[in-house]
Write a protein that binds this ligand. Structure first.
Ligand SMILES: [Zn+2]
Length: 514
């Protein structure tokens, strides 16, 4: 694999870096020389290679949806963080496997206990996952089966490129004074963003049994320089006894997963010229027929789900295909199929505030991990919605409205078919939610825009939508459940983000005195 990352191989600069040091021997490449310096600084090659296990514990935060779940897509919107506590990463350095165990809860309201709890989770990790810590990363570079590449320079740091025994290309930035790893970087695939370079930054080295280990770990991606992980180590252990090392189940193979069969699509007629086109319960929305084309609502879930939905919609009416896509909001679950939809030439309609992020998503490359947009590049054709946009060609009228009064998403739209009285929306609610933290939004929008739906079709389901009466009853039940949850947590002395609940199903509730 070629070095995918921008780098400058500058032998002359290296000469400056290494001036005053012992010159590299004639047999030694700059990369070998640099790696030798790193290994020596870390504690010495032999000492490092004798370490069997590394366990570290700590706490921190990570960015929900890598920064793709904020109130808007504005670069200045506050990041939604999740808290990480009681974390332990147990690394078997000989078998290149690890177990990451932690407790994590969002620092914002979440609709269901599966996402809002402090239960301990355990995730097995493989070789590639371990490259975000300097000790396994340096050992991977020292592996005789690794191939060392060029040395370059980035922002004053010499950078070592190497390819692991498993074929992963890695960059390692090295502190020019201490020779300790300052960061590692590798590229991963991302449904919304194409190829994403993840840089893991190491700070606060302290010697531990003769080995230098960092107490500050932070990940940053090359989209908006978003910090995706902040982790603070509070203990390190090397060569732990067998009783302390948890069993590590096999991690998922690093080999690319074989292409699965297209996901099954359910098509449910809702009215004349309107169908719910859905993959599972969670990924879907209507396809709406116009005189000479179809409009699809949402590109949720994944590339595969979106392509399957487009294909199914294109079979609904002979001679008519989907040419337009309405996207409710920018959250990464709701835009996981955006690149796929644009690869099919679909024009995109959404709130004006989403245009910039959609242009970023569509313009990013997917070279190492090509997706459908990389194979079939198309430009983004974008129609903004401010307060209201009406699609009306005489055969069909679809109204698209800016979502009001919704604390989960400020730059969102929903749509309404006045003839069939069908509303379609993402993230107003879901029959399966336990709690609704913005329960007033549905009624507030219906009232503000003077619309009167009989059926509500939610992106998160269920298939075929629900009557407006059932939708309202769900909101009421989920709002009351959220109030009870907050009261219980308060009694237990546990503050929860989003508590107390600020909304009933119609408006912000009156404030108690405080
Ligand atoms: Zn959302």
């Amino acid at each position: 694999m070629k070095n995918p990352l921008r780098s400058f191989s500058v032998a002359a600069v290296l000469a400056v870096f290494f001036s005053g040091m012992a010159p590299a021997s004639a047999q030694q490449s700059p990369a070998q020389h640099l790696l030798d310096q790193v290994a020596t600084a870390m504690g010495g090659r032999e000492r490092l290679q004798r370490i069997d296990t590394l366990i570290y514990t700590g706490f921190g935060q990570d960015a929900y949806m890598e920064g793709g779940g904020n109130i808007t897509a504005d670069v200045n919107a506050p990041t939604k963080w999740r808290a990480i506590a009681d974390a332990q990463r147990s690394i078997d350095l000989k078998s290149h496997r690890a177990l990451m165990q932690l407790r994590r809860a969002p620092m914002f309201p979440f609709a269901a206990p599966f996402g809002l709890n402090w239960n301990r989770t355990s995730a097995p990790q493989g070789t590639v996952d371990l490259l975000d810590h300097p000790l396994p990363a340096v050992l991977a570079a020292l592996d005789p089966a690794a191939r060392l590449g060029a040395v370059s320079v980035e922002e004053g740091l010499p950078v070592l490129q190497f390819t692991t025994a498993e074929g992963e290309s890695v960059l390692m930035g090295v502190d020019p004074v201490t020779h300790l790893p300052a960061w590692t970087r590798r590229v991963i695939p991302h449904a919304n963003l194409g190829d994403v370079a993840v840089t893991s930054l190491f700070t606060g080295y302290i010697p531990q049994a003769g080995v230098m280990l960092p107490y500050g770990l932070m990940n940053r991606i090359d989209w908006r320089s978003q910090v995706t992980l902040m982790f603070q180590v509070d203990s390190y252990r090397l060569n732990v006894g067998p009783g302390q090392m948890p069993a590590i189940p096999a991690a998922q193979a690093n080999a690319p997963t074989p292409v699965a069969a297209p996901p099954a699509v359910t098509v449910t007629p809702l009215a004349k010229g309107v169908w719910d086109v859905r993959v599972g319960n969670n990924n879907g929305g209507p396809a709406i027929e116009f005189r000479d084309h179809l409009v699809l609502f949402e590109a949720n879930g994944s590339e595969a789900a979106t392509l399957a939905r487009i294909d199914a919609a294109n079979r609904l009416v002979p001679g008519k295909v989907v040419t337009q896509l309405i996207v409710t909001h920018h959250h990464f679950d709701h835009t996981a199929g955006l690149r796929a939809a644009v690869s099919r030439g679909l024009a995109v309609i959404s709130h004006r505030g989403n245009e910039a992020i959609f242009r970023e998503m569509i313009s990013r490359p997917a070279v190492l991990y090509p997706d459908e947009l990389a194979r079939s590049p198309h430009p983004l054709v974008f129609t903004p919605v401010d307060e209201k946009l009406v699609l009306d060609d005489g055969t069909q009228r679809l109204e698209i409205y800016h979502v009001l009064g919704h604390s989960h998403m400020a730059n969102a739209v929903f749509a309404y078919l006045p003839a069939a009285r069908i509303m379609m929306e993402g993230d107003f609610g879901d029959a399966t939610w336990t709690w609704n933290w913005w329960a007033s939004a549905l009624n507030e929008n219906l009232k503000a825009y003077g619309i009167d739906p009989r059926l509500n079709v939610a992106v998160h389901g269920p298939n075929g939508g629900l009557s407006i009466e059932v939708t309202r009853a769900n909101n009421q039940r989920q709002m009351e459940a959220a109030q009870k949850f907050c009261a219980d947590q308060q009694t237990a002395g546990v503050p929860v983000f989003g508590c107390p609940v600020q909304y009933d199903v119609n408006r912000a509730v009156p404030l108690p005195a405080r």
